[in-house]
Design a protein around this ligand. Structure first.
Ligand SMILES: [Fe+2]
Length: 206
């Protein structure tokens, strides 16, 4: 009986493995979404454009907000990792302000300690990482992080990343315009790390 149970467990384990492999093989493409009005053109970017948006080079104080690490991979639709892909993110600061001349919401102070934009290239395994803040809402939008991904072959993906089950998601017309499947492919569910920071994992499927 024990042997039979162990055998069954083994079969279930194999099936589970195949299930995971099957999902990876049929990765849902990350949905294309609008860049919005606040993508910083090269002449409007901060001097510091590295992967750490919470710390601006030369500043003592770090950005306000809750630190969230965002990391994952850039993969093709066949599941293969894409090395040397450019990954850019941009988002508003903890006060809901974009560091962009087009954001005229002067009723909220700009958090000068937030970098607002960061860029990195994926490593040989297609991995990228950012240290940023948990996105916050601003008038008219549910929290989101904008992203642009450009693998070396010239493909381009522009998308937005949302927080799972955020109450404002259902009021956000851009989020709602995605179907349920695309919504799930554009959403993270951050976990609390031992050091108190948040960790969100997101794979870009391009
Ligand atoms: Fe936005």
């Amino acid at each position: 009986m024990i042997d039979r149970l162990a055998g069954r467990r083994g079969v279930l384990a194999v099936l589970g493995f195949l299930g995971v492999a099957g999902r990876a093989a049929a990765a849902i493409p990350t949905p294309e979404q609008t860049a919005g009005p606040f993508y910083p053109p090269p002449n409007q970017r901060p001097q510091d454009t590295d992967w750490d948006l919470v710390k601006v080079e030369g500043r003592v104080r770090e950005a306000g907000g809750e630190v969230m690490h965002l990391s994952g991979k850039v993969i093709g639709r066949n599941g293969a990792p894409l090395a040397e892909a450019l990954v850019e993110i941009w988002q508003c600061d903890a006060n809901g302000r974009y560091h962009h001349v087009g954001d005229r919401s002067s009723d909220r102070p700009l958090d000068e300690a937030f970098q607002g934009y960061g860029a990195i290239r994926t490593d040989a395994e297609g991995r990228y990482r950012f240290r940023t803040i948990r996105p916050v809402p601003y008038p008219g939008r549910t929290p989101h992080i904008h992203a642009r991904v450009v693998p070396p072959d010239g493909r381009e993906l522009i998308t937005q990343i949302y927080l799972e089950d955020h109450p404002l998601n259902r009021k956000d017309w851009i989020f709602r315009s995605l179907g349920a499947r695309a919504q799930s492919a554009a959403t993270v569910d951050p976990e609390r790390r031992e050091d108190g920071d948040l960790q969100a994992r997101f794979d870009f499927v391009v």
